[in-house]
Design a protein around this ligand. Structure first.
Ligand code: TTP
Ligand code: MG
Length: 401
C-alpha cells in the first residue's frame, strides 16, 4: 500500500523572527511583538515572542502588561503586517516549487502533499531538508517541518520539532508514535474537552486509542468519534488546494482589423495592465504567459512562454508579450483580436472562488480602485479612436486561453 507524504511547515516565532531579521541588533534578544506595553500599563496582548523571550514565560495572547512584568528589559515592537505578509508570500512560493498541492493555513503555516515526489526530491526527510534550506537561503528564517501520512500527525510533529526542527513519522508507526503523547496535542481537544477527557481518566493519546469509540461518541458526539480516529492515527482529510482556476486573461476584438503596430502594442499593454491590476488585487500570480492573436482571415495563433518565477508584474509580462507579438506579426499583418493570459497559477491568500464568472468592468466609476485603468483606456481612445471594443474576462479555460 502506498502512503501519502504530507508535510506541515510552520515558521518559528514568525513575526519576532522577521523583526530580528530586519534589525540585526535584536538577534539573540527577547523580542516581543504586540501591543504597546506603555511601561507595564499597556492594554492588548502579545502577538508572538522570540524564543529568547519565551524563556521568561512570555507567549502569544498573553496580556502585554504581564509580559512586561516578566521581562521589562525586552524589546517591544508593534506588528508590521505588510512586511510579514510579503515574506509569507515568498515562503508560499518556495513551497509551491516542491508541490502544487499546497494549503496555506495561516500567515506562517501550510500543508503540502508531496506524495510521488520521491524521484524529484528524494526521501521525505531529504525533501524536508531541501525545503528548510531553500526557505533559509531565500528569507534568512527558520521553519519547522513535520512529515507523516496525514495532516494531523504532520502538524503535531512540526510543533514538537520546534524551533528549526524536522520530524518524520514512518508509515505504519502512527499509533506507536502518538500513544505516549499528551491528549492536548490532538485536534479537536480544546480546554473543555480536555477537562472532561481528564475526568474520564484519559491522560495520553494511547489511552484514547484503546478506548471504546462508542463511549466517546456518546459523550462528545461526532467530535468524540473524530478524536478516537485521530488517536488511532487515522485522518483522511485532503490537503485542500486552491488551484481550481487554470488560467486568467483578457482579450479584445478590434472594431476594425488593425495593422498599425503601435495600436496593437498599446492595446496589448492596456490588456496587460487591466489583467495585472486584477491579479494583484486577487492575490494571484502566473508563471506561463500566453499571447493569442486572431488575424483578419480568422486564423488564430497562440504563443507562450514559461517564466522562472510566478509573477503579476506588468513590466515582465509586457516584455514577454511583446517578443511573442513580434514573432506572430511575421505570420500576417492584420489583427482582428488580441489576448493575453497567465496560466500555471499560484494563489496566495486569494479571494477567487472556483466558479466565479464575471465580465470585466471596463468603465468603473471614478474613485474606484480601477480608476487608473480607466484613465489609461481613455487616453488610448483619445489617441486611436474607439478601437478597443471590450475586454472579456476569460474564465477557467483549460488550455491556456
Ligand atoms: P504561530 O505559528 O502560532 O506562532 P509563531 O510562529 O510566532 O511561533 P512558533 O515557533 O511557535 O510557530 O503564529 C504565527 C504568527 O501569527 C505569529 O508569529 C504571530 C501571529 N499570532 C498572533 O498574532 N496571535 C496569536 O495568538 C498567535 C498564536 C499568533
Ligand atoms: Mg509559527
Amino acid at each position: 500500500m502506498s502512503h501519502r507524504v504530507i508535510l506541515h511547515i510552520d515558521m518559528d516565532a514568525f513575526f519576532a523572527a522577521v523583526e530580528q531579521l530586519d534589525n540585526p541588533g535584536y538577534r539573540g534578544k527577547p523580542v516581543i511583538v504586540g501591543a504597546d506595553p506603555k511601561g507595564g500599563k499597556g492594554r492588548g496582548v502579545v502577538s508572538t515572542a522570540s524564543y529568547e523571550a519565551r524563556k521568561y514565560g512570555i507567549h502569544s495572547a498573553m496580556p502585554i502588561s504581564k509580559a512586561y512584568k516578566l521581562c521589562p528589559e525586552g524589546i517591544y515592537i508593534r506588528p508590521r503586517m505588510k512586511r510579514y505578509e510579503e515574506i509569507s508570500k515568498r515562503i508560499m512560493e518556495i513551497l509551491y516549487e516542491f508541490s502544487p498541492v499546497i494549503e496555506q493555513v495561516s500567515i506562517d503555516e501550510a500543508f503540502l502533499d508531496c506524495t510521488g515526489t520521491e524521484k524529484l526530491f528524494g526521501s521525505p526527510i531529504s525533501l524536508a531538508k531541501k525545503i528548510k534550506k531553500r526557505i533559509h537561503e531565500e528569507t534568512g528564517l527558520t521553519a519547522s517541518i513535520g512529515i507523516a501520512c496525514n495532516k494531523s500527525i504532520a502538524k503535531i510533529l512540526s510543533d514538537l520539532s520546534k524551533p528549526d526542527g524536522l520530524l518524520y513519522c514512518e508509515p505504519g508507526k502512527e499509533r506507536e508514535f502518538l500513544a505516549p503523547l499528551e491528549i492536548k496535542h490532538l485536534w479537536g481537544v480544546g480546554e473543555k474537552t480536555f477537562k472532561t477527557l481528564n475526568k474520564m481518566g484519559f491522560r495520553k493519546i494511547g489511552d484514547i486509542a484503546s478506548s471504546d469509540k462508542e463511549e466517546l461518541k456518546r459523550v462528545f458526539g461526532k467530535n468524540g468519534e473524530r478524536i478516537w480516529y485521530l488517536a488511532n492515527g487515522i485522518d483522511n482529510r485532503q490537503v485542500e488546494t486552491y488551484h481550481i482556476r487554470k488560467s486568467i486573461g483578457k482579450e479584445t476584438t478590434f472594431q476594425r482589423d488593425v495593422s498599425d503596430i503601435e495600436v496593437i502594442e498599446k492595446t496589448l499593454f492596456y490588456l496587460i495592465d487591466v489583467l495585472t491590476f486584477e491579479m494583484s488585487e486577487k492575490g494571484v500570480k502566473g508563471k506561463t504567459v500566453t499571447l493569442k492573436i486572431r488575424f483578419d482571415d480568422f486564423t488564430t495563433f497562440t504563443r507562450r512562454k514559461t517564466l522562472i518565477e510566478h509573477t503579476d508584474d506588468s513590466v515582465i509580462i509586457r516584455e514577454v508579450a511583446l517578443q511573442k507579438l513580434k514573432e506572430m506579426l511575421k505570420i500576417r499583418k492584420k489583427v482582428r483580436l488580441i489576448g493575453i493570459s497567465l496560466s500555471n497559477l499560484l494563489f496566495i491568500n486569494s479571494t477567487y472562488s472556483s466558479d466565479e464568472i464575471r465580465q470585466n468592468e471596463l468603465f468603473p466609476g471614478e474613485g474606484s480602485k480601477s480608476y487608473e485603468v480607466q484613465k489609461l483606456l481613455q487616453s488610448l481612445k483619445k489617441q486611436y479612436g474607439d478601437v478597443v471594443k471590450r475586454a472579456i474576462f476569460i474564465n477557467d479555460r483549460k488550455n491556456g486561453m
